[in-house]
Design a protein around this ligand. Structure first.
Ligand SMILES: Nc1nc2c(ncn2[C@@H]2O[C@H](COP(=O)(O)OP(=O)(O)OP(=O)(O)O)[C@@H](O)[C@H]2O)c(=O)[nH]1
Ligand SMILES: [Mg+2]
Length: 447
């Protein structure tokens, strides 16, 4: 259903004005279309930046990449012009008059996938790399683009294929009473494949949090210092801070990078019973925000005695992923950590003391790992679901193979083939058009 026989064009640089802008053409007619729009008699030499002009529009640099040595695997021409939307649009229109079609979102990368230049993991990584908003997101995506995950999956698949092949051989020669592979050998081989899958999945939550970011909501009773902590994490005085309880009335949000994790940080109104209509609405919103948060930072004021409102927030978040903060430790303590029955990060929003511990606690609670230096191999929810699927089939097969000779080998084989199919779906060796459409429609035009 995806056509790759026509020639597509799009502006490849972001909308807006800049020093340079690039128009990219890909498809079998790229060279003839370039000849039609460029003011130049000779054909372009491959991989040479050639100064030319698009008549009446701009002076440009054109570069030809001949199939299959291009991003898409097709003939590609890139035209660099001055980065003006008017100029770039005029160049696109000129190529369309010469027979090019405007590209759909992600269509260049889709062609790269369909032509075998990238597998699906790598194509998705291109999208992630472009979307990255923290250096860690970018590094995780780049590792996948380089093929780290693909190679690890390929190794697992190869081990699985070996077991499948030997099982099939045993089934093909049932009368000889000869097993190409003994049940205990199958079980051992499968347990080892399964262990490799588990290693991949172990870091998956961390990877997913790095890729997708997280919503972190700061909650607590009025005046404990929520907005002050919010400002410390945001790095500037975004939220209003006053000694008046009930200062914050609405949700205040800010995108922050906490040790590499992209966090949507939300400051909320202090939770208390109130007759003030505006404040009550604020408290309702605070509760709703906490309800959908990935992580709740519960703030307590250590310089004052614990109140019912504090206990209520602690109780309401007991079952949730949370970080408890005892704030205002620059003042004499009115209580100690023991009475909480849970760990709490000592912090002072006034001095900033404890900020590193707080950041680490947040990242730790979000990813189950405090150290984010090694990038995880898996980060994409689609990959995680398929890996879990493969792991479940493998475990079933291993259990059946280990249960003695009672389970027919056919059953074991069916599970193994399903596990293999799930792995193939990750890299895109088995895909449906629906899946491809779903993945590539998230790209922007020109990618
Ligand atoms: N000494 C000291 N004062 C603090 C600290 N953190 C906050 N404060 C003060 O406590 C008061 C309340 O701080 P906010 O950050 O507005 O508290 P809040 O929890 O957002 O309050 P509401 O918005 O009313 O719910 C302000 O006067 C802050 O300057 C701290 O660590 N030490
Ligand atoms: Mg506040």
């Amino acid at each position: 259903m995806f056509s790759t026989t026509d020639t597509i064009v799009a502006i490849a640089t972001p909308p807006g004005r800049g020093g340079l802008g690039v128009v990219r053409i890909s498809g079998p007619s790229s060279q003839s279309i370039a000849r039609a729009v460029l003011d130049r008699a000779e054909p372009l030499a491959p991989r040479h930046a050639t100064l030319s002009r698009v008549r009446g529009v701009d002076e440009v640099i054109a570069t030809l990449f001949v199939a299959p040595h291009s991003y898409t695997g097709q003939d590609v021409v890139e035209i660099s012009a001055h980065g003006s939307p008017v100029v770039l649009r005029a160049i696109v229109e000129a190529t369309m008059r010469a027979g090019a079609r405007l590209a759909e979102p992600g269509e260049f990368t889709l062609r790269a996938f369909l032509n075998g230049r990238l597998d699906l993991v790598q194509a998705e990584a291109v999208g992630d790399l472009i979307e990255a908003s923290t250096p860690l997101q970018a590094r995780t995506a780049f590792d996948q683009l380089e093929g780290t995950l693909t190679r690890r999956i390929a190794a697992i698949e190869a081990a699985l294929f070996d077991v499948i092949a030997r099982l099939e051989a045993s089934l093909d020669f049932p009368d000889e009473g000869y097993h190409f592979i003994e049940p205990v050998e199958i079980e051992n081989a499968l347990r080892s494949v399964s262990a490799n899958l588990s290693t991949l999945l172990a870091d998956a939550r961390k990877g997913r949090t790095i890729r997708e970011g997280a919503a972190v909501v700061i909650a607590g009773r009025p005046n404990v210092g929520k907005s002050s902590i919010f400002n410390r994490l945001a790095g500037h005085e975004r939220a209003i801070v006053t000694p008046v309880p009930g200062t914050t009335r609405d949700l205040v949000t800010e995108q922050v990078d906490i040790d590499g994790v992209a966090v949507t940080l939300v400051d909320t109104a202090g939770v208390r019973e109130t007759t003030d209509l505006v404040e009550r609405e604020g408290v309702d919103r605070a509760r709703q925000a906490a309800g959908i948060a990935t992580l709740i930072v519960v703030v307590l004021d250590q310089s004052e005695g614990l109140r019912d409102d504090d206990r209520e927030v602690l109780e309401a978040t007991r079952e949730r992923r949370r970080v408890v903060v005892r704030n205002k430790v620059d003042r004499p303590a009115a209580w100690s950590e023991e009475i909480l029955g849970t760990q709490a990060v000592a912090f002072s929003a006034a001095t900033g003391c404890g900020i590193d511990e707080l950041r680490r606690a947040i990242v730790g609670a979000l990813t189950a790992r405090e150290d984010l230096r090694d990038t995880p191999a898996v980060s994409n929810a689609r990959h995680i679901a398929l890996l879990e699927d493969a792991a479940a089939h493998l475990d079933r097969a291993a259990a059946a193979a280990g249960s003695g000779t009672s389970t027919p080998e056919e059953f074991v084989l069916t599970d193994l083939q399903q596990a293999r199919a799930s792995l193939e779906e990750i890299t895109g060796r088995k895909t449906t058009d629906d899946l491809l459409e779903h993945i590539f429609e998230r790209f922007c035009i020109g990618k």
